[in-house]
Design a protein around this ligand. Structure first.
Ligand SMILES: NC(=O)c1ccc[n+]([C@@H]2O[C@H](COP(=O)([O-])OP(=O)(O)OC[C@H]3O[C@@H](n4cnc5c(N)ncnc54)[C@H](OP(=O)(O)O)[C@@H]3O)[C@@H](O)[C@H]2O)c1
Length: 201
């Protein structure tokens, strides 16, 4: 398969790109500052340009952008909307724009996160983003044309990120990167659509 990994130079993306390469796929990494092609998920024009550059592809995987931490006492509508531009609207645009570019039967695999399902201090915006992504995936699965599929992988803190994140999420049990990669592979190689794969360790 010809596969685009958006965020393909990040913590998840670079490991996934390597794994897909091992499986014999042609992998194109896309990132904001690094990668085979450049894309900024906050810009629909940039997403359109990326699709024109890569041509017809069989799978789009996104593991890019973040839902930042926030302070509930000062959280505001502009901050929420600003934080939604990349991870929420960018991934939604990967599908809405991508449906006109990808091959018949192509799959989209998006990345959300555990805070759609688990309350935690300081992550209200991120939780809203992941919850909205889950709802989008359910709807898109019945709307997408030409037998395209869509799923989301919703990770908890990943083993490779414990050093970075455990200060903010003390006591959270991580999911192993190997297990997480298997979840992405199942979305790409399988036949399911409209599923949220909860990779919660
Ligand atoms: N790591 C975890 O423990 C964990 C847990 C749960 C959920 N997640 C979610 O998984 C996703 C990936 O996480 P990660 O840890 O792999 O992140 P990461 O290491 O920070 O990598 C993020 C990747 O996304 C790219 N990116 C950032 N903003 C972008 C934009 N506006 N347009 C295009 N590309 C952009 C980055 O490229 P540049 O470096 O060029 O900006 C980088 O390649 C995120 O949505 C994150 O919230 C991660």
């Amino acid at each position: 398969m010809k596969i685009v990994v958006v965020g393909g130079t990040g913590t998840i993306g670079r490991r996934l790109a390597a794994k897909l390469h091992e499986h014999g796929h042609l992998v194109i990494t896309a990132g904001r500052t690094l990668g085979d092609v450049r894309v900024d998920l906050t810009s629909p024009e940039s997403i359109e340009t990326m699709y024109q550059q890569v041509g017809a592809i069989d799978a789009v995987v996104s593991a890019a952008a973040h839902g930042p931490m926030d302070d509930f006492t000062t959280l505001s509508r502009p901050e929420l909307i600003d934080n939604m531009q990349g991870k929420l609207f960018g991934q939604v645009d990967l599908v809405l724009i991508g449906q006109d570019h990808v091959a018949d039967g192509a799959s989209f695999t998006l990345t959300s996160g555990v805070f759609a399902d688990q309350a935690w201090p300081g992550v209200t915006g991120g939780a809203m983003i992941s919850g909205a992504l889950h709802a989008f995936v359910l709807s898109a699965a019945v709307e997408l044309p030409r037998t395209m599929r869509i799923n989301a992988v919703s990770p908890t803190m990943i083993s490779d990120s414990v050093e970075t994140f455990s200060e903010y999420f003390p006591g959270m049990r991580p999911v192993s990167m190997d297990s997480l990669l298997t979840d992405y592979l199942s979305c790409i190689h399988g036949e399911q659509t409209g599923e949220i794969i909860r990779a919660y360790g």
